[in-house]
Design a protein around this ligand. Structure first.
Ligand code: ADP
Length: 234
């Protein structure tokens, strides 16, 4: 894994509402996630998990309420933390090779020594030998590896993952769990949506259940881990 060059960062959601027309995707969500936590959002389809992740990634603005980022428990003033977001649809270019994808995003993000960084990440995600293959020839699991490498390019303090294990075979899911373990142990703050219990869910330090856009259970306030995760399958 690459060296730790980020500042541990927590996330605070204060009274967040997100409305689409008359529909509340999120309703009065207040949560504080401490630096270094590995948090799972669980809940049925449509319960608001993706919307909350997108708000944390500053890709979507809340209709009301606010999200802020914490450094040593205090609110960071103004500056956004470096965050990596792995969306459900892997945002990588099919007609570029794995390496070209990483080089493109590294250059767009103004990362120093993009070629060296791309190579280090290709090695980290186990794709060095396939660096010159077009992404369109990759399996879902391999595309997911490229997407994760892309999200880690800028050494993010916060890693946000939307259903990262969907479509992975057992070997891919095992690889992802190992990668997640490294990320967690490096002190990054991880927030992800997941379906049900798995090798990945055992790495979580906290699980939060959403239902119809509201937080209805949180292991930090005493909810049972297994029942929160099981809810996703209900
Ligand atoms: P989950 O990730 O738990 O499946 P989402 O956050 O994707 O849930 O969606 C929560 C609710 O918000 C759903 O009812 C969904 O249809 C709605 N929603 C999400 N994004 C949009 C959008 N861009 N426009 C309209 N409705 C949306």
């Amino acid at each position: 894994m690459t060296p730790t060059v980020f500042s541990p960062t927590g996330i605070r959601f204060e009274n967040i509402d997100k409305r689409y027309g008359g529909l509340y995707a999120l309703r009065r969500v207040s949560l504080e996630i401490s630096a270094g936590e590995c948090v799972v959002f669980a809940g049925r389809n449509g319960s608001g998990k993706t919307t909350l992740l997108r708000i944390a990634a500053c890709l979507v603005r809340p209709s009301s309420g606010r999200v802020s980022f914490l450094d040593s428990g205090k609110e960071r003033d103004g500056t956004l933390p470096r965050a990596g977001f792995v969306a459900h649809a892997t945002m990588v270019y099919d007609e570029l090779t794995a390496e070209e994808n990483l080089l493109l995003f590294a250059r767009l993000q103004g990362i120093a020594e993009p070629a060296a960084r791309a190579e280090a990440l290709l090695r980290e995600v186990g794709l060095l030998e396939r660096r010159s293959s077009l992404v369109r020839t990759f399996s879902r699991g391999m595309r997911q590896r490229v997407a994760i490498a892309r999200a880690l390019l800028n050494q993010p303090a916060v890693v946000l993952l939307d259903e990262p294990t969907t479509g992975l075979d057992p070997q891919g899911a095992h690889w992802f769990a190992e990668t997640l373990r490294h990320l967690r142990d490096s002190g990054r703050t991880i927030v992800m949506s997941l379906h049900g219990e798995s090798e990945v869910s055992t790495l979580a330090t906290r699980a939060i259940q959403l239902d119809a856009g509201a937080v209805v259970a949180d292991t930090r306030t005493g909810a049972n881990f297994r029942s929160v995760l099981a809810f996703a399958n209900a």
